[in-house]
Design a binder for this molecule. Sequence first.
Ligand code: SAJ
Length: 433
Amino acid sequence: MTDLIQKFEKRAAHVVVVGIGYVGLPLVVEFGKAGFRVTGLDKDPEKVRLLNKGESYIGDIPTSELGPLVSSGKVDATTSEDILAKADAVIVCVPTPLNKTKEPDMRFIVDATDAICRHTHPNQVVVLESTTYPGTTREVVVPKLEASGRTVGKDIFVAFSPERVDPGNKVWKTKNTPKVLGGVTPECLKHAQALYQNILDRVVPVSSTDAAEMVKLLENTFRAVNIGLVNEIALMCEKLGLDSWEVIDAAATKPFGFMPFYPGPGLGGHCIPIDPLYLSWRLRALKYTARFIELADDINSNMPAYVVRKTASALNKHKKSVNGSKVLVVGVAYKRDVDDVRESPAIDVISLLRDEGADVSYHDPHVPKLEEHGLTLDGVAAPQWGSYDATVIVTDHKALDIPKIVRESKIVIDTRNATRGITDVPADRIYKL
Ligand code: SAJ
């Protein structure tokens, strides 16, 4: 057993987590709870300030859990990369967005790796957790570390482990969610496994970092493609005069070999719309077209326009045009009961309705103000539902009083089957995807 592994076993190691957002902060807490000395490193001074005050800024981490770890001195945070010189283990949890041409934006991973290289020393474990294309750890991280004087597998141990944090999930959390892990070499895997198995319930080793990177992309491509499929089922059901929600609910009674997904206004969030495009981008470089991914992205990306067509058609049935109508979009977060608007399809729905000349407002109990993709709009806190020509339900937060909205609105375009079971209204009131 190497000295480093002994340090992990004795929880005598100093762990640095680069990026203390919804993935990094829970990791900081789990390492702290296991008795490790942990420092969060982030460019955002506000996150660092709050963490050092023991105040959580992530919904899944109660301040009551973080506070004692900080006051005990086990956990702290800094904006200074100098802390990396003290790290026995560095875990990188930085964003991997797309750039304007829908290609991987690797600058956060590169910046973090460069910082590690500036302070690297022998006997460190470096784990990348950011979702990225297969080959990133081997082709981007390893060469930089070796250029800084390290020998991977000998005096630095490099691995990839996909994050599986599902914000708001009350059952599956960082500690009990199985952790896939791939090393650049067997020694790398062994050292990274010794680190994680001290804080997590289950580590799932795979043969390489590329395999571990691919596991994550399969998981989220699976969702994006199935959501694309079910959105196309909704388009087919409209042509066939069928209720797609009824069909899906009935199919979901099959106790094996089926998993329900549901139509919606499009694909939001910072994972599902983005991760598959990392994979298709990588395959394009290998002269392979990832057809399912690109087709699903095409269908999902066009759902906001479909919602606007449904709205126009519903207004038309009431002898109104979109142009000049007052339209209220209800729910702008990317999925129910969250306040996150990243890649939310509601942004596109609002923009497309405006392009058609509608006077668009929005109401979302979790999002008082919208500032995303160049769109800035204050939410309507307490709408007079009947004062709008159309109400478009884009995100069906549990906090919304749907029966009241339906009763008091002139017409309702329902993109989430939120109005299921409401029958005591005129037949031309509700229009579903
Ligand atoms: N959506 C649909 N129909 C569906 C499911 C989702 O239109 O049947 C839409 C949502 O409204 C949202 C987007 O797709 O706009 C993504 O929804 P999601 O349920 O996949 O939620 P995310 O983006 O928070 O995905 C996360 C992912 N977690 C990680 O990457 C670690 C994903 O792997 C999880 O499976 C997912 O949460 C989850 O299960 O909640």
